[in-house]
Design a protein around this ligand. Sequence first.
Ligand SMILES: Cc1cc2nc3c(=O)[nH]c(=O)nc-3n(C[C@H](O)[C@H](O)[C@H](O)COP(=O)(O)OP(=O)(O)OC[C@H]3O[C@@H](n4cnc5c(N)ncnc54)[C@H](O)[C@@H]3O)c2cc1C
Length: 385
Amino acid sequence: MDADILVIGASPAGVMAARNASAKGCKVLLLDKKEAAGVPTHPANTFFKGMFDRTGEEVDQSYVIKNLKGAYIIAPSGKNVIFEGDAYFLDRKKFDEFYIKQAMDAGTDVRFGIEVLNVLRTEGGFIVSTSKGKIKCKLVIVSDGINSRISGLLGLKPIKYPKDIAWSLEAEIEAEGIGEPDLFEYYIGNHAPGWKSTYSPCGGNRATLGMYVRRHGMDVSDFFDAWLERFKKLKGLDDVKIISKSVGGDPIVAIPGEIIADGVMVVGGSAAQSGIGYGMHAGQMCGDVAAAAISKDDTSKRFLSEYRRLWNNEYRTEYYLGRFAMETLRKMSDWEINGMMKVFEGEDLTVLGGSPFNQALQVSKMILKNNPSSIFSYRAIFRMK
Ligand SMILES: Cc1cc2nc3c(=O)[nH]c(=O)nc-3n(C[C@H](O)[C@H](O)[C@H](O)COP(=O)(O)OP(=O)(O)OC[C@H]3O[C@@H](n4cnc5c(N)ncnc54)[C@H](O)[C@@H]3O)c2cc1C
């Protein structure tokens, strides 16, 4: 099983890295401790076309369960704004299988049911211990998800603000007609400190409910239970059947830290590159640079830093702006969030594209036009909390 490149973890990012490096002629081995693609299924199962388009891939309807038209963002007062845009609820198992097949077609040797236990540096590469024996490789791509154990073994801290991982609980639910609506619903406010609760319809009588919380520990079940009760009242439901529950961490504003070292690249959730589409795009960059490193026989940190440079150019500003906005939201009271939402009510939010400067300008115009006093809500930026 020796390889030029060993990818640890079949996350969306890891699979893309493996596919791209294989397509450029490298001998790539992708290992995952799961028994098969999508088993167990990861709870991340939705995305917006606008984000996915950054990968340059086409959304394939074979893995889409439901096409949606966007999302409501809902304030504690119940007032909402709509973000319009194509969005998808995925059959995550089919989605994983689709991209694993692409990696295999490109030449990746994909093996499930193998856990990587240890990674040791040697002259010119690594010796990797797994549950099924030892492997030699020249370069390691770490894609083992949030709380990356392998990065720790290699002495890396790939997440800059680990305390800001949003710990989450997502439940698949069943109730009459609950899957029918065409928009996701994201509820912000102090009931979900630091991020949001969600309702994602996936057709017929099925939907998911999610709770994402920052800085209140990893167990968010109390927050989820309160959200479920509120949801039942909001939708006038006497009973909601819980089909399954999943927990995990979303590094939405945790920001990539040390993601490269000599012979090592970290990608996806393990590198705080949150989101399916954004993770896949980072995986493509990682795989391309890894392939160039193998062909030039130079796996030094210096050479691999091209991956960091590409990611910085594309995403750094966006991730830091996102963090700034979410930190402000985390510190706001419900009253301040309600005031802020009035600014966006009835506005065409599609104008909020383009450069960060353009977006700031558009938001400033809306504040002045709709609710100038809401500017005081933003004093939360300076609050210590
Ligand atoms: C509840 C929840 C819901 C979310 N919903 C969405 C969503 O709807 N849309 C969205 O874009 N993002 C969502 N996210 C964000 C999500 O974190 C990312 O989009 C992405 O799916 C995370 O993938 P990952 O890179 O962390 O790796 P994962 O998909 O977790 O993959 C890591 C893989 O590594 C394997 N592995 C780990 N250790 C080893 C080892 N030692 N040896 C071998 N294999 C190993 C694991 O088995 C696993 O398959 C959600 C996050 C959570 C927690």
